[in-house]
Design a protein around this ligand. Structure first.
Ligand code: C2E
Ligand code: CA
Ligand code: CA
Length: 639
């Protein structure tokens, strides 16, 4: 049997040979046909009438039925009709065998569902061709069906697997989402405080501004920077610093409404985004912000408990209001930052509103910070010396060393501008060491030249009193390399250093005392140092702040205070220097009040070493060693 498609042929070959049911009432015909089909390799069954045919078909359907139309009893047409009720043309092909040639009969047969027909007497070649064709179609359909079923099973199986995989996948997706969420938190939130970070804060500000533009609102941006945070980190350690930041975050959140944003920008810098509260309170914006500024300062006035110590940390706050102080987030943030710096310059623990002139100031500060990095290596620093004169004799006994910075880009920058920056960046440590070294070198020259008792006082910042600032080492090295005794150098400390008393600065003060270095309290009266502090740390001298001296002839209260300070200091055995003395009248007042030492423009402003030598000769002429010697050393002096 020839079929066309090789796959189908293969399919048939794998099966038993097709079976044909021959239905005919004539046994002669049945046998004749059966013979020929068996020779062709087919299996054959026979039925003598319609009933038999049906029972055989229902017992085990053959692959094809050759059905005689004319039979006694149930004729072929009837059989076909019944068969077709349950089996389609493809399920069971039926070829009608008829001696009638009436086309009407054949058409009816085909209508009833016969697949084909053949006329008697049977032309076996034709029968074979028609039969092959039908069986092939049936087998092809079977094959397709089998393939389809197999495919369907496979698909079902695959679907089940997919379903399983999908479940696993869903789980994985869920886990991935959790990780993503965590990563996103890390990308958007500050790990230490849990506050939004700069990323998210900028985003929120952007959103706030979009809304503000639409609804004509006036949100504001607030910069909060903790004063002297570095000090906590340096002296109490990073764990204490972290605790402080966490607590600061809580206090800040406490100061604003829930809808406002409190973010940490990094370090000790916080950003607040305040929605417009104008509409609710009916206050002008500035008044509302003033209330918030005061509230923050009040919250921070309670001391922080860090590592078992009570520490006072104040905030400096800057406000910028949309749209007056900036139309986009960049401008608003920059301007709030500038306002915050102004608050710092105004003495910290306060708040400021942005005003346009601050931008220039902020730019200068930035420039100062950048330029300061190269100042030492570019040799841009120099020292000037201001005489400290003994009131009674009018002779110079000491000189205060003051730092000068001449930058190639910015020109002369005063210490009031660059020292705070250097303190903040920590560069003051290195610069301070340079000042001590250079000043010691200078005083050595002066001593070599014959001013045996010449002594210099050097200013030191709070920052230099930190555990890892190596102040003691800087002093020791400077004295040693210049072969100087400790009485050649005094250090001027501000009250701030005393106020922030802790194990480190106490240890440093004791180490300096052991070296024999005398300590002087600078700007006395501006802070809160009491005279008892001065005794506790063996201070030698106190310097009354310029702010009091300025007013002694104008303000009765200042005059009384200065007199009292001098009297008390004298009774405690402390030397007193009055600084900023500019007039003869001030000098006379101070002499009358028994102030022992005077410093100020009245005698001289701070001057370079050479000019100082000239001055020294003039004032100390009665006591000084020969001037020729002084001129000799001046050529090698440093200024
Ligand atoms: P300070 O220690 O209080 O220094 C005294 C300041 O008053 C100096 O300003 C001095 O030039 C000025 N002065 C002196 N006599 C008079 C006077 O009669 N009238 C007026 N109006 N002013 C007078 P300067 O040199 O600008 O220094 C400013 C501040 O910078 C210093 O204040 C000190 O705190 C800091 N500073 C200067 N050099 C150094 C340094 O080497 N290290 C540290 N840490 N700080 C320094
Ligand atoms: Ca000073
Ligand atoms: Ca001073």
């Amino acid at each position: 049997m020839k079929f066309f498609e090789p796959e189908i042929q293969e399919y048939i070959a794998s099966d038993s040979p097709p079976e044909v049911l021959i239905v005919d009432d004539s046994s002669v015909i049945r046998r004749a046909i059966a013979n020929r089909l068996q020779i062709g390799g087919l299996r054959v069954k026979q039925a003598a009438d319609g009933k038999q045919a049906l029972s055989q078909i229902y017992a085990a359907p053959p692959d094809l039925v050759l059905l005689d139309i004319v039979m006694p009893g149930m004729d072929g047409m009837e059989v076909l009709k019944i068969v077709r009720q349950s089996l389609s043309k493809l399920q069971l092909p039926v070829i009608l065998v008829t001696s009638r040639t009436s086309t009407r009969e054949l058409v009816r047969g085909l209508d009833e569902g016969a697949n084909d027909y053949i006329t008697k007497p049977v032309d076996f070649d034709l029968l074979w061709a028609r039969l092959s064709n039908q069986i092939m179609q049936k087998k092809a359909a079977e094959y397709m069906n089998a393939v389809k079923n197999k495919l369907e099973t496979e698909v079902r199986q695959r679907t089940r697997e997919l379903h399983e995989n999908n479940k696993i996948l869903q789980q994985e997706i869920h886990e991935k989402r959790l990780i993503e969420k965590k990563l996103q938190r890390q990308a958007n939130y500050d790990v230490l405080t849990g506050l939004p970070n700069r990323n998210l804060a900028t985003d929120r500000l952007e959103q706030t501004l979009i809304k503000a533009k639409r609804e004509k609102l006036k949100p504001s941006v607030v910069f909060v920077d903790l004063d002297n945070f570095k000090y906590v980190n340096d002296t109490l350690g990073h764990a204490a610093g972290d605790d402080l930041l966490k607590e600061a975050a809580i206090r800040l959140i406490d100061c604003v409404r829930e809808s406002d944003t409190v973010a940490r920008l990094g370090g000790d810098e916080f950003l607040l985004i305040l929605d417009d509260i104008n509409n609710q309170s009916g206050n002008p914006r500035e008044l509302d912000l003033k209330i918030i500024g005061e509230r923050i300062i009040r919250r921070f006035s309670r001391s922080f408990l860090l590592e078992g110590q009570e520490v006072n940390i104040s905030p400096s706050i800057g406000f910028a209001v949309y749209p007056k102080d900036g139309k986009d987030e960049v401008a608003l943030m920059r301007h709030a930052d500038a306002a915050m710096y102004r608050a710092k310059n105004n003495g910290k623990n306060t708040f400021c509103f942005y005003s346009p002139e601050m931008t220039a100031q902020a730019k200068l500060r930035m420039d100062v910070e950048t330029q300061l990095h190269h100042a030492l290596e570019r040799n841009e620093f120099s020292l000037v010396y201001q005489p400290i004169v003994e009131a009674a004799s009018g002779e110079i006994v000491k000189a205060e060393v003051l730092l000068r910075w001449n930058n190639e880009m910015l020109g002369m920058i005063t210490p009031d501008v660059f020292i705070p920056v250097a303190e903040e960046t920590g560069q003051i440590v290195e610069i301070g060491a340079w000042v001590i070294k250079t000043a010691c070198h200078q005083v050595k020259h002066w001593r070599n030249g014959g001013w045996d008792e010449m002594c210099i006082t050097v200013n030191v910042s709070a920052r230099q009193f930190h555990q890892d600032s190596n102040l003691v080492e800087a002093v020791t090295t400077a004295l040693k390399t210049n072969v100087l005794t400790a009485d050649a150098l005094q250090l001027e400390l501000t009250e701030g250093i005393l106020m922030r008393e802790n194990q480190y600065n106490v240890a440093i003060m004791q180490a300096l005392e052991t070296l024999g270095i005398k300590l002087l309290v600078d700007d006395f009266g501006t802070g809160y140092a009491s005279l008892s502090y001065l005794q506790k740390y063996n201070f030698d001298t106190l310097k009354i702040d310029y702010g009091y001296i300025k007013n002694i002839l104008i303000n009765q209260q200042d005059a009384r205070l200065v007199k009292a300070i001098i009297a008390m200091a004298n009774s405690l055995g402390l030397d007193v220097v009055s600084e900023g003395v500019e007039t003869r009248e001030q000098l006379d007042f101070l002499i009358k009040a028994h102030c022992k030492y005077i410093q100020g423009y009245y005698f001289s402003p701070p001057v370079p070493a050479k000019a100082f030598e000239v001055l020294f000769q003039k004032l100390n002429s009665t006591r000084a060693t020969p001037g020729s010697q002084l001129l000799l050393i001046s050529s090698s002096s440093h200024s």
